[in-house]
Design a protein around this ligand. Sequence first.
Ligand SMILES: [Zn+2]
Length: 249
Amino acid sequence: MNTVKAYLPAEKFYQRKDNTIRRIVLHWNGAERRGDDLARRMQTHKAFYDYIIDRSGVVYQLNPDYTKLAAKHVRSNNLWTVGICLISPGFPPKKPKYPWSHIEETVHGRLAVHTLFTPEQVDACWELCQYICTDLSLEMDVAIEPRKLSADVLDEYTITGHFQHQLNRRDPGLNLLQELDQRAQKHYAEKHLESAAAQNVAGATLLPPKPAAPLGLAVPVITKRVPWYIKLLRAAIDWLLKLHLKAVK
Ligand SMILES: [Zn+2]
């Protein structure tokens, strides 16, 4: 992940206090701007993000400490969310101006054409989401519902879009969330397979020992042959012992 530090003044941010971060909110903004240009403009903007990802996939880190400071990017949900903005015009202009691909998708029940993010942006967004979720020990659960969600439903997810929080927003479109959801599912399926394989290997080395054979079969009884002179000697001792006992009586 190619990250550039472009910190905004700490006074601009809210203090998270003891609000634990619950989820990431994704946005589009900035039309065709360069990442450093949008990051600079955020200095005077009312709304701003924790991170910006430009069209070439470079990540601009605006928040010097996202675990303590909260950006202002989503209505009533800033204190427990992290905001990532991917630079995009969002909607194509009437006259084609941008060389980027578009997609038709339905959000809030309304069909519209949205500008697609570049593959570099999607890759960087995936890496950044993975980084944040790992850092905060959150599972990557991506919301792919094409509509506004209630607070309870939003809390079931860790990666969401701005439009799922507000009816008057359509960013970042549905396609990005669907792509991230597929990657997250693949990631967990692979992790699951890996851990199952690791368990199998461990199981092979930790097999219970074979049960011991019954003693009589496993250990043959060895009958030693006693030489004749020993037999004679034992008999003599026995006879002498008997004589001695008789004598004592
Ligand atoms: Zn937004």
